[in-house]
Design a protein. Sequence first.
Length: 234
Amino acid sequence: MAQAFAAEGYGVWVTDVDRSQIAALPEGIRGDVVDASDEAAMAGLFDRIAAEWGGLDVLCANAGIKGPTSAIEDMDLGAWHQCLAVNLDGAMIAAKYGARLMKPAGEGVMIFTSSTSGLYGTPFRAPYVAAKWGVIGLMKTVAMELGPFGIRANAICPGSVNGPRIDRVIEAEAEAKGMTPEAVRQGYASGTALKRLSDPEDVAAMAVFLASPAARMVSGQALAVDGMTYNVDP
């Protein structure tokens, strides 16, 4: 997403809890080490954005963790809370402080990352699913509240996206189900109409579109980027 927006000429400012990711950012992309679920740290981030940029055109509330992979009867409450703190509380905090910058300008775009798990359940992923459903509800409420101020809000719902994160999810799910990672991955791909996983560029392209004038009447929508998933239990 950061690279796609930079390629379109946007100034980009990203956050991560992983210092190595921030240190490796391409030239021209600003980055801070910030925990999205830490409200004080996020408030400080938005203060810096306001001081240096004077405002904010697009907010991508994209921070997330996979959370525990567990049968519901074995669910650890602490792991449940941590998953919701990052995936749902983090999105709310970003929207809270993003709105404070966008409302005075009378325009802006908020893009939340939900998931196809936010459109239906996924076995063994209860906290992640609950958080991603919550993100869609949050987005729709934000779209209603902020629409009169010229601010649009939408949610992208990726399916399984190639990369290290889905590799970890697949490994955990394979262990929980007593399957091989290869079998789980194939199940994910075969459960889509296009028979393949998405790439990060597919999600980034949707984000850039939603931020563009071409999407000026698109608000309050949860948009899947998943190759049409129809079987969520590989």
